[in-house]
Design a protein around this ligand. Structure first.
Ligand SMILES: [Zn+2]
Length: 261
C-alpha cells in the first residue's frame, strides 16, 4: 500500500450544473459485462448542448469528425471530436485529451486554448447510445493504444463538506506478478474498518492487458471520487479474496494484491 502525492493535472471537461462525475457503469478498461468494447476512456453522461471544456491549457490538434481519419478502431466511431495536446509539468512527454461524440465543435486546429475554455458541446455523434461526452487521456502519442485511465489524471472533486475525494488504483496479480482479470470486483464503502458497508459497487479490472501501464506497477483498476475512508474489496480468484484499504482524501492510494498459488 502506498499513498502518492500525485498531482492530478487535468480539470473536469464538464462543469456544474452538468454532471461532473464519471459514469460508474462503464469505466476505463471495462466492457459492461462483455456487452461493449473495452473502454478506452470514461463517460460523462450529459444532455446534448452541455458545454465541453478544455481539461488543461493546450493546442487543438484535431477538430472535426473521424470520417476521413480514424481515432479509434474504426472511422465514424467518435463522430465529431476534438483532441488537445498539452505540455504538463513533470510529465516528460506530450499528453493528449480527446473529447468525442460532440454535437458542436467550437475550435479549429492550431488554436491555443485555456483551461476551462469551451471547445464544443455534448452530443451523440458517431457510435453513441445516448448523449454523453467520451473523454480520453493519451500519453506520448495521439493513438488509441496510448490511452491511460482518466480517473488517475482528473483532479478529485470535493464532498459537500469541502474535503477532497480520494482516488484508488490497484493491481491484482498472481504469484508471478502477472495481472489477473477479475470480472466482478466488489467495492464496499465501510463506515470504519471491519464494519458493515454503507454502499457497494461492482467493477471489472481492465479486460484488455494492453491497457495496463507497462512494468510491474501498472494498475488494472482505478476508481476516482471516493469519499476518504475505509473500503473492502472482494473478489473470487483461487477462493474468496477480501482486502480492506484506506483511501486518503485528495490523494492517490495505490494497492497491489498478490494472490499466491
Ligand atoms: Zn466512451
Amino acid at each position: 500500500l502506498c499513498v502518492e502525492p500525485r498531482r492530478f493535472l487535468l480539470a473536469r471537461p464538464i462543469a456544474p450544473p452538468g454532471r461532473v462525475f464519471v459514469d460508474p457503469t462503464y469505466r476505463f478498461g471495462t466492457t459492461q459485462n462483455g456487452e461493449r468494447e473495452p473502454h478506452h476512456g470514461v463517460e460523462f453522461v450529459n444532455s446534448s448542448g452541455t458545454p465541453v471544456l478544455a481539461a488543461a491549457a493546450g493546442e487543438v490538434v484535431v477538430a472535426g469528425n473521424d470520417e476521413a481519419e480514424s481515432y479509434a478502431e474504426w472511422p465514424f466511431f467518435y463522430g465529431n471530436l476534438v483532441v488537445l495536446e498539452h505540455e504538463l509539468p513533470g510529465i516528460g512527454e506530450a499528453v493528449f485529451t480527446l473529447y468525442a461524440h460532440l454535437s458542436e465543435v467550437a475550435v479549429t486546429v492550431g488554436d491555443q486554448v485555456a483551461p476551462g475554455q469551451p471547445i464544443g458541446e455534448v452530443g451523440l455523434s458517431g457510435v453513441a447510445t445516448g448523449s454523453h461526452l467520451h473523454f480520453e487521456v493519451r500519453l506520448g502519442e495521439n493513438s488509441y493504444a496510448a490511452v491511460q485511465n482518466p480517473e488517475l489524471w482528473l483532479a478529485p472533486e470535493q464532498e459537500e463538506n469541502g474535503v477532497s475525494y480520494g482516488v484508488l488504483a490497484g493491481r491484482i496479480e498472481d504469484g508471478e506478478g502477472r495481472p489477473i482479470y477479475i470480472p466482478n470486483l466488489v467495492v464496499e464503502r465501510l463506515p470504519a474498518q471491519g464494519e458493515e458497508p454503507l454502499w457497494q459497487q461492482y467493477l471489472e479490472t481492465y479486460v484488455d492487458p494492453g491497457l495496463i501501464p507497462p512494468g510491474d506497477q501498472g494498475e488494472n483498476f482505478a476508481l476516482g471520487d471516493l469519499p476518504a475512508g475505509w473500503y473492502r474489496l472482494t473478489f473470487v480468484y483461487r477462493g474468496l479474496q477480501v482486502r480492506e484499504v484506506y483511501v486518503a482524501a485528495g490523494r492517490l492510494t495505490k494497492v497491489t494484491f498478490t494472490i499466491e498459488d
